[in-house]
Design a protein around this ligand. Structure first.
Ligand code: ADP
Ligand code: MG
Length: 731
């Protein structure tokens, strides 16, 4: 075997699990120990400061410099006790991950050159200047100002990673435009809180606040670091651009929920230990469907915090994996032919007095409230299905969506047969009938005595992108490599706007003299009818559904750059303005970033694919071809012509096949380069992204087809890159 490949493969398979020592303490003892949470505050802040800061956190007091000074002093001492020497504002620019710039705590005590002390002021905690123009900003810097600011999001606690105190912050331009994901998310969460609280008051006037909850599930692949390093495509793009399918992959369904390999188990154990220290409540771990694919899910929490925790977890994954000789692949489709990775966003709303607004109740009133929120969410997803899809669309995720393993690139909602039946009956019933409940005052489900547990256990439809699962919606189209922020902004804003509309419609009926409950029922009945095109219970992977969805007028666009247009549709612009989440200027700037990022991703992949094909694959194929030619030539030297021709036939045949694949691959690479050149001179970002999608991307599959066939033909000993069968099965 090719010596380098042989070396990395055999090394990968010989590795033993790395045993990591953890303190002999229970999880609850170290849970959250690296986060400046209530326990730490109580210890490091004076009683007065602690109380004052709690008022800030509850929104009862403004966060002034005085409180900031006190909190900063306590936080500094706490962080230094944990070994911190630096601090950073930790923010979420419009890239995939988070950004940080570390500053040390030291300052000269007196004159420069003298002794140093550790300093950290309230001002440094609360706000810092960051160069807005060095991050993707979609031209905001031209329209507005280059300077950007980061400011502490007090609702997300600070934490210490290694030697650095990290302070979660928003990132805005000098004039207040959002340059990140956190700012609009906080605005959206505020909007949904306001709108949902208002609607809750129809049922319970004591509700003060409505929280948006998120429980994400993170899928990922692991690969040995040696194999990873030997694959330039994985290294530079996060996915394999070539590679013939392994004879065995996931056909036997033997990986899902299978026994976790010991090396992986050791990694998971340490990852969970780390996560617990950051108060990330990891709950579930298991093997996923594809070989080498795994999943981790925490207990759900308040959306803003859950988004931050997911981002922190992704970076912890990379750090911990390195200690175990692994690389984590968070890309949505690292390997062709096996499932890709997603991030399921479980979403629900709940009140400050502990009521789940998507949990079916026991009484007539509780169930009307449940239906109110369920139907309004359906309506929001129906009205903004194109936008919600755009919010998950990236170059990477496009490789997964619609791939017969993941939700299709069409948004629909699945309710399960019971809830569906309830809605249909409700929509067509008279007012009196609509509110009929059975003897136990439970919702009439058509099947009178279903135990409540059945309701929680709605039949699952894995092909649906947006499925109701008993007390929440599970949005399954989100990509595994990006934060949850972008999607949660679109979803929660749409729900907020919808709840506002609903309130207005119900109020106007009430003002005209309609009884409150009757008004609610009337509006909901209309919504159920109006939003019915979004409901689909069948197989989302089927071709029939595509046709049907088109007929229903759902957004069926699959070109990523064109999907982004949904952000700038009149209904999106109005919805984001109505909820004060994003202005039209911000939306336009963010779309520029989206189109530009798409272009760059495809551009990088195209370059890497061209380089590997021309630089690694074709030379090896040619070398093997000339070995075969040599053999044929020698046959003719030794044997009489007739016999030589017969004996050399298999090799001659292979030579011809190789020659054809080489020629076709080379032609395709050259043509792709030409298309790239043409696309690169287009100055309009949207048009450039479309050109990359329409004219450059299609060459990927052509090139791959020929390269993968060469992989089958060329001597295994010569093949330069680790093969799928070697990368996908950790022992
Ligand atoms: P599944 O097998 O359905 O994918 P998992 O256990 O992997 O389930 O993940 C379910 C996720 O949904 C968890 O993060 C869980 O905490 C979360 N979840 C449960 N109830 C709610 C809720 N009411 N709102 C939001 N998320 C929830
Ligand atoms: Mg799961």
């Amino acid at each position: 075997m090719n010596s380098l490949r042989f070396k990395v493969v055999s090394e990968a398979f010989a590795k033993e699990p790395v045993q990591v020592e953890h303190p002999a303490a229970t999880t609850s003892e170290y849970f959250g120990c690296r986060v400046f949470g209530p326990k730490q505050m109580a210890k490091y802040l004076s009683k007065e400061t602690y109380r004052a800061f709690l008022c800030v956190l509850r929104g009862e007091k403004p966060f002034n410099l005085d409180i900031a000074e006190q909190v900063a002093a306590g936080m500094k001492t706490w962080a230094i006790d944990l070994g911190a020497t630096h601090y950073t504002h930790w923010f979420q620019p419009l890239t995939e991950g988070t950004a940080e710039k570390h500053d040390s705590f030291i300052e000269y005590e007196g004159l420069p050159g003298g002794t140093v002390i550790e300093e950290f002021s309230g001002k440094l905690l609360a706000q810092r200047e960051a160069d807005g123009s060095s991050f993707p900003n979609g031209g905001i810097r031209n329209t507005f100002e280059a300077r950007g600011y980061t400011a502490w999001d007090t609702s997300s606690p600070a934490f210490v990673v290694d030697d650095t105190l990290c302070i979660p912050t928003v990132f805005v331009s000098y004039t207040g435009e959002a340059l990140d994901y956190k700012t609009p998310l906080l605005r959206a969460l505020h909007a949904v809180d306001e709108a949902a609280t208002d609607v809750c008051h129809y049922f319970d006037p004591s509700v003060k606040k409505v929280y948006s909850y998120l429980g994400w599930e993170q899928e990922y692949f692991l690969i040995d670091e040696g194999l990873y390093a030997a694959r330039p495509d994985l290294l530079l793009t996060g996915r394999t651009l070539i590679g013939h399918e392994s004879a065995k992959n996931q056909q036997l369904s033997d990986h899902y929920f299978g026994a976790i390999p010991p090396r992986v188990q050791a990694f998971m154990k340490e990852l969970e230990y780390e996560a617990y220290r950051y108060a990330i409540p990891c709950k579930t771990r298991h093997n996923e469907v594809a070989p080498n694919q795994f999943e981790l899910a925490p207990i759900y929490g308040e959306t803003n915090l859950a988004v931050d925790q997911n981002l922190l977890l992704m970076s912890l994954m990379h750090r911990v994996a390195a200690r175990h000789g692994f690389r984590v692949l968070l890309h949505e489709k690292p390997f062709d032919g096996v499932n890709g990775s997603g991030k399921h966003n479980n979403f629900s709303l709940g009140t400050d007095n502990g009521i789940g607004l998507l949990t079916p109740g026991r009484t007539q009133e509780e169930n009307l409230r449940f239906l109110t929120f369920l139907v309004n969410i359906l309506m929001a997803v129906y009205k903004h299905n194109g936008l919600i899809k755009a919010s998950v669309m990236t170059a990477g995720n496009a490789n997964r969506l619609g791939g017969h393993e993941a939700p299709p690139a069409i948004i629909s909602a699945f309710l399960g047969s019971q809830i569906s039946a309830v809605l249909d009956r409700f929509a067509s019933a008279s007012y009196e009938e609509a509110l009929v409940f059975d003897a136990a005052r439970r919702m009439q489900l058509g099947l009178p005595h279903i135990p409540e547990v059945m309701l929680d256990n709605t039949d699952r439809n894995r092909t649906s992108p947006f499925a109701f699962t008993g007390n929440r919606f599970e949005f399954r189209a989100v990509g595994s490599s990006v934060g949850c922020g972008c999607t949660m902004i679109a979803l929660t804003s749409a729900v907020a706007a919808q709840l506002k509309d609903f309130k207005q419609e119900v109020d106007s009926l009430i003002n005209k003299g309609t009884d409150k409950e009757k008004a609610i029922v009337e509006v909901l009945q209309r919504y159920i009818r109006e939003s019915s095109p979004i409901r689909f219970e069948g197989n989302g992977y089927s071709e029939e559904w595509r046709m049907e969805a088109q007929k229903r007028g759902l957004n069926c666009e699959s070109s990523v750059p064109l999907c982004y247009d949904a952000y700038l549709s009149p209904s999106s612009i109005e919805m984001f303005a109505q909820t004060s989440v994003l202005s039209e200027a911000e939306l336009r700037a963010r779309n520029e970033v989206k189109w530009d990022t798409y272009t760059k991703k495809i551009q990088i992949e195209a370059r890497v694919l061209g380089d590997i094909t021309l630089g690694s694959i074709l030379p090896v194929a040619t070398r093997y071809q000339s070995m075969l030619l040599d053999n044929v030539y020698k046959m003719h030297q030794i044997y009489p012509k007739d016999k030589a021709e017969i004996l050399a036939e298999p090799d001659s045949d292979t030579i011809e096949q190789i020659a054809n694949h080489i020629a076709a691959a080379k032609t395709a690479v050259e043509a792709m380069v030409e298309e790239r050149k043409k696309a690169n001179v287009i100055s309009d970002v949207r048009a450039r992204a479309i050109a990359y999608h329409d004219n450059v991307l299609p060459f990927f599959s052509t090139i791959r087809y020929h390269v993968d066939h060469l992989e089958l033909l060329v001597d295994d000993d010569l093949w330069p890159l680790p093969k799928y069968r070697e990368m996908l099965f950790i022992n």
